[in-house]
Design a protein around this ligand. Structure first.
Ligand code: NAD
Length: 412
């Protein structure tokens, strides 16, 4: 049984989500974040409020509501991820967060993974583009303009792992030997890699829909199906089926057109290792990527490094079907810089930009992008982006935000 929405119903669901934010004062729950969260959240909020105020003359305003998670939650209510936080994200359908400390030792494995799983935020969207003025290790970073869709709920990230020498791993090993005659070394930990048709289709459908909405020319399915045939290979096959069954009016696979897609979106598949070299050598040939969880994790950080922007690389975790979403800075808590008003709030600010676009508040989102482009190209940046630039002025987190606000207020 296919539990997913069809393409048509997905389009309707996305429109319904946007309509729900067509209101003057939506509530947006936020997690400040641990470590540098204390520096970058207030800086980011200033920029968000300035962009909304400038963009809308009708008094639109975000009603920010703080919710707890991470160290701050643990210190206050003795829980790493209070249920109330999930309920608030669920109730208002949206949220934004700074970085969180990953608890060491027992209890919750990762708060970020728990939020994604509890809200079934199946797509991790990472837009990857270069900002003029950012130092990069590559020659033509301006050729990178990619929206990467990473499946967020299964694969080896589903948490189905058994520890070496545990009673459970012994039981599983015995079962595998008896039922499948599979020999696995006795001193192995074992993890399970489920890849379902349901999760693969809804991710790839969302990526295809994004390509259509944003007039993109091509989409690549990135996988290791040459080796993992029934998981990653199936992901690829289900993707192509979807193109044929639901998107044939707007998209076509490479096999069906020998590379000449005409006006349609060209869909091809690339093996993950080959993808990593191709995207380095000719990034301009990739617009939208749809990939599995682990591949997506590696590829998104590799691409962020390629554009010199790991500190300004945003992310969104989205369930396009029920509309829920949580946007987030993709870096960690950088504890050694915490509380010094020094860290770059760019990743969180651009996550907010993604959030506004998701809400249909494109005018506010456009102002944020324009302001970031101006500040960075003029060399008004935080310490991390000032490195290697003789023309740059090093600003604190709060002064960088002030510079962005000044830009926003100055735009005609
Ligand atoms: P990190 O990203 O926190 O820091 C690595 C280095 O990157 C820092 O020392 C700093 O030099 C630089 N950096 C990161 N963000 C920056 C910013 N905004 N401005 C300027 N420089 C910045 O990675 P880590 O040290 O491996 O992890 C620290 C903690 O963060 C751990 O508890 C880890 O589990 C957690 N973490 C959380 C998230 C998340 O919440 N999304 C992601 C990664 C790591």
């Amino acid at each position: 049984m296919n539990e997913n929405l069809s393409r048509k119903d997905l389009e309707l669901a996305i429109q319904k989500t946007r309509d729900s934010f067509d209101t003057d004062k939506p509530v947006v729950p936020f997690i400040e974040g641990d470590g540098i969260g204390i520096d970058i959240w207030p800086a980011s909020q200033r920029v968000f409020d300035a962009a909304v105020e400038k963009a809308y003359t009708n008094g639109r305003k975000i009603e920010w509501q703080e919710v707890l998670a991470g160290q701050k939650a643990f210190d206050n209510v003795n829980e790493w991820l209070p249920e109330k936080t999930i309920e608030m994200f669920d109730e208002f359908g949206i949220g934004i967060k700074g970085p969180l400390t990953t608890p060491v030792g027992g209890g919750i494995r990762s708060i970020n993974v728990a939020i994604r799983q509890k809200l079934d935020l199946y797509a991790c969207l990472r837009p990857l583009r270069w900002f003029k003025g950012v130092e990069t290790p590559t020659k033509n970073p301006g050729n990178v303009d990619i929206a990467l869709f990473r499946e967020n709920t299964e694969d080896v990230y589903s948490g189905k792992e058994l520890e070496v020498n545990s009673e459970d791993v012994g039981k599983l090993n015995k079962f595998l030997k008896e039922e499948f005659n599979w020999e696995i070394r006795h001193d192995s930990g074992i993890g399970i890699k489920p890849i379902s048709k349901t999760a693969s289709e809804r991710l790839i459908r969302s990526a295809l829909n994004y390509a259509v909405e944003n007039n993109k020319k091509n989409l690549a399915i990135v996988h290791k199906g040459n080796i993992m045939k029934f998981t990653e290979g199936a992901f690829r096959a289900w993707g192509y089926e979807l193109v044929k069954n639901e998107f044939s009016d707007v998209a076509i696979s490479w096999e069906d057109c020998s590379g000449d897609a005409g006006d349609k979106i060209l869909v091809q598949d690339v093996i993950a290792d080959a993808f990593l070299q191709q995207v380095l050598i000719k990034p301009q040939e990739f617009d939208v990527i749809a990939t599995t969880n682990l591949n997506g994790d590696y590829a998104s950080d590799a691409l962020a490094a390629q554009i010199g922007g790991i500190g300004i690389s945003p992310g969104g975790n989205i369930n396009y079907e029920n509309g829920k979403s949580v946007f987030e800075a993709t870096h960690g808590t950088a504890p050694k810089h915490a509380g010094q008003d020094k860290a770059n709030p760019g990743s969180l600010i651009l996550s907010g930009e993604m959030m506004f676009r998701y809400m249909g508040w494109n005018e506010a989102a456009d102002l944020i992008i324009k302001a970031m482009e101006k500040s960075i190209s003029e060399g008004n940046v935080t310490y991390d982006l000032a490195r290697g630039r003789s023309d740059a002025k090093t600003l604190s987190s709060s002064n960088f935000a002030a510079n962005l606000v000044e830009n926003i207020e100055g735009f005609k």
